[in-house]
Design a protein around this ligand. Sequence first.
Ligand code: ADP
Ligand code: MG
Length: 244
Amino acid sequence: MIKVDHLTKMVDGNKKEALRGISVQFEPGEMIGVVGPSGSGKSLLLRCLALREKWSAGEYTWEDKMVIRGGGKGSQKYRSQCAYLEQNPSLYPDKTALKNVLIGQAGQTSALRRVTGMVRSDDYMGAMDELEKFGLLDKAHVKAGKLSGGERQRVAICRALVHGANFIAADEPVVGLDPHSAERVLNTLRSLCAEQGKTVVAALPIELAERYCTRIWGLEEGKLKLDVTGRRLTAAEKRSVDLV
Ligand code: ADP
Ligand code: MG
């Protein structure tokens, strides 16, 4: 079980409380859609859960491990188990899909690896396996700059998995994708949860959250207003997070 206790995030030089005492628990294998109006705190929540942002206060527990106590950002050991997928994943455009998967995310990779591009052969096989699972085998040797948006997003997911992510926070991962590519990305994320017990929390438009997620969180002004499992939202619930 993953437990978030009174997560608080101050921004703007500590003047503004952007996440206001969020407490929630979830389980590996859940796929959670985060909905809410612009500015409600979706991105900050995802970044805090993926340990990409310092918590101003609160406790974060994974199973019996205390990851954050009384605020902070957690240790690198835990950070490497979390992936943060941006809308437009930052890949090295001049390197192939395979190379991007292998060398990892900028800022998360050792300098040696980044410069030399050195990898072990079992890393190589692992990366090819992941690319194949996501229908990207024929793209392995294509430069990332030449891939479509959906393909880049799937390469970023592969990269996260190869580098040991169990928890994936995805911030509006299908914005700007055509419906077919969006479906492919979301099906990929869903199968990670259903088949591999990974945990995905994704900021999504309500229709997609209802279609793909097992659970929906509604944010409003930094507060968790809704937490609904296994069904669509009622009209009143949608209104409560200002979505209609
Ligand atoms: P959403 O993703 O739901 O649109 P965000 O998480 O980006 O919302 O932002 C939540 C609130 O926190 C907004 O009011 C935003 O202006 C504020 N905020 C987010 N990041 C920062 C920051 N680095 N500095 C100042 N304010 C911020
Ligand atoms: Mg956002």
